[in-house]
Design a protein around this ligand. Structure first.
Ligand SMILES: [Mn+2]
Length: 293
């Protein structure tokens, strides 16, 4: 039972909460906030994203009114108070499994990026599209094997490297770069995207084909001018419009799950939460456009 893990059930995403039974997409807040190395506070993000989502129009121009085409529900936040990474990971994996078993598309609002590792344990045979300034491919970071800086490396313990596509990358350690080359990670840097947004989107769609896709959006893929409140800002990134356009270019893919991570509300003037909510609407529009199985 999901409700065992809920601290409270919040009003629905965008104010369009539908019953769980009817929903194709189900939101869950994952306030994971254990390993930030720079700016903590991701635990406050799900509430702020919901709040912002209530103040945005749901007609995602130039596409469609997402809620005309999709049933969306929100089960509230997982209760992670006092949980260490192992316990938190168990709960995340369990709730995502439950959503999958019920035929739902999980839509996770982090929380730190580490949650993606646990969420993906509930999926087989997906492509992982990682929007992120960083590769997150470290073997270990400051003594931790499971944290925001190692999350993709842990994911690759189960996912074949050809199933990972990194987008908007612009920063990593020498070891991460060497590892990425060695195993052949497909990478489109922030500059690649800026030079040919549509071309890269076409390539990604071609690579992925009809396979199911899990999309993880680390908000630091955006330039800090557009998304200042992230845990580890990295100058030189995409504008909000670049990201939305790119996401639009991915329409038609079989999105089977997605998350938005690394928002740190204590550093926000409100902009970043709105960007997160708007990006989620764009992804929902893509899901609606592609149709759900
Ligand atoms: Mn990341």
């Amino acid at each position: 039972m999901i409700s065992r893990y809920l601290r409270e059930v919040k009003p629905g995403f965008g104010g369009f909460d539908e019953s769980y039974e009817a929903a194709e997409v189900v939101f869950a807040g994952i306030p994971l906030d254990l390993t930030s190395s720079c700016r903590p506070g991701t635990r406050f993000a799900p509430a702020k994203i919901r709040e912002a989502s209530m103040n945005l129009e749901t007609y995602v121009m130039p596409r469609l009114d997402v809620f005309e085409h999709l049933h969306v529900s929100d089960i509230g936040d997982l209760d992670l108070i006092g949980a260490d990474m192992t316990a938190a990971g168990e709960r995340i994996r369990e709730v995502v499994r439950k959503l999958r078993r019920d035929g739902k598309i999980p839509a996770l609002m982090g929380g730190e990026h580490t949650l993606t590792y646990f969420a993906l344990r509930a999926f087989d045979d997906v492509y992982l599209l990682q929007f992120d300034a960083h590769r997150d491919l470290r073997e270990e970071y400051r003594g931790k094997r499971v944290c925001h800086a190692t999350v993709t490396r842990r994911v690759l313990e189960r996912l074949p490297p050809e199933r990972l596509i990194q987008l908007g990358t612009r920063s990593c350690s020498k070891e991460e770069e060497e590892f990425a080359r060695e195993v052949g990670i497909r990478t489109f840097t922030a500059e690649d995207l800026l030079e040919d947004l549509r071309g890269v989107a076409d390539k990604v769609r071609e690579l992925v084909g009809d396979s199911p896709v899990y999309l993880t959006l680390d908000l630091d893929v955006l330039d800090p001018a557009f998304a200042p409140a992230v845990s580890t800002p990295e100058p030189g990134g995409l504008s909000t419009l670049d990201l939305l356009k790119f996401a639009r270019g991915l329409g038609g893919m079989r999105i089977c799950g997605f998350d938005v991570v690394e928002l740190v509300p204590p550093y926000d003037n409100g902009i970043t939460a709105f960007v997160a909510a708007r990006a989620l609407y764009e992804i929902l529009a893509s899901v609606a456009e592609s149709g759900t199985d």
